[in-house]
Design a protein around this ligand. Structure first.
Ligand code: NDP
Length: 247
């Protein structure tokens, strides 16, 4: 699928590895300027930068924690001062920290909710403030079907992902009159570090349950994200696009 994002700038949180990296690279290939962000993994950020050296003039990388409102605010100030307008924000930063509820540490609950839900709030809140003035924008958050289905051992993750959908749907109604669309993409099992701890036996069992009989690649998710980010998707807002291989 050919996209044309020339003249547009896309911010991608968690954009230096996993699904976010594939999204950043797809935007670069489609002619966008990309501002990719990460929290702490310097090595992967360096690998990402080196692998995309051909697009160096269109790529900026920033390090901050999406849970920290002040850091997010400083990031947007710097983006506005140094890079000017941006049209697209993709929230691909996320973590999981699994445990059954009866054994879950308060810290694991808080970290997952803070990163996945409050992080999406921080990033989206400051993005819409800017986009409202611009009267245009595209915001896309990566959620998960687990938010809808629930999963033993992932109550914190499921709650954070369901919360993201509720946030996105509400926000989409607040900003629609300014031509800002806000949507979710909901991937199934995607082969990244995020699920690299799954034992082979479990991976095989999950694959059997997926109608397309395979885990998705990060690129499988990037294409639907670019579709929702395109100017052509102007009548889609408050929606959740599932990219699950039919699961
Ligand atoms: P990865 O673990 O590969 O990448 C996560 C990214 O998020 C990293 O770049 C990481 O930064 C960044 N990040 C994590 N915490 C923070 C934070 N506090 N502040 C800023 N950045 C942060 O995950 P995936 O790419 O696989 O997942 C991306 C999104 O997709 C997540 O929201 C996840 O819930 C969702 N998803 C993934 C699925 C999968 O099977 N992979 C399935 C369904 C949904 P750093 O590199 O510095 O660690």
């Amino acid at each position: 699928m050919e996209f044309d994002f020339k003249g547009q700038t896309a911010i991608v949180t968690g954009g230096t590895r996993g699904i976010g990296r594939a999204i950043s690279e797809a935007f670069l290939k489609a002619g966008a300027k990309v501002i990719a962000t990460y929290r702490s993994n310097e090595e992967e950020a360096k690998n990402f930068k080196e692998a995309n050296a051909a697009h160096a003039e269109c790529l900026e990388i920033y390090k901050f924690d999406v849970t920290c409102y002040d850091e997010v605010e400083n990031f947007y100030k710097e983006v506005e001062n140094k890079h000017g307008d941006f049209q697209i924000v993709v929230v691909s930063s996320g973590i999981r920290s699994d445990s059954i509820v009866g054994m879950m540490k308060e810290e694991d609950w808080n970290n997952v909710i803070d990163t996945n839900l409050t992080g999406t709030f921080n990033i989206s809140k400051l993005a819409v403030q800017y986009m409202m003035r611009q009267k245009y924008g595209r915001i896309i958050a990566l959620t998960s079907p687990i938010g809808k289905l629930g999963f033993a051992g992932q109550a914190n993750y499921a709650a954070s992902k369901a919360g993201q959908v509720a946030l996105v749907k509400s926000l989409s109604k607040e900003v629609a009159s300014r031509k800002i669309t806000v949507n979710c993409v909901s991937p199934g099992f995607i082969d990244t570090d995020f699920i690299s701890d799954l034992p082979d036996e479990q991976r095989d069992a999950y694959k059997k349950q997926i109608p397309l009989k395979r885990f998705g690649s990060p690129q499988d998710v990037a294409t639907p994200v670019l579709f929702l980010a395109s100017k052509e998707s102007s009548y889609i807002t408050g929606s959740v696009l599932e990219v699950t291989g039919g699961l």
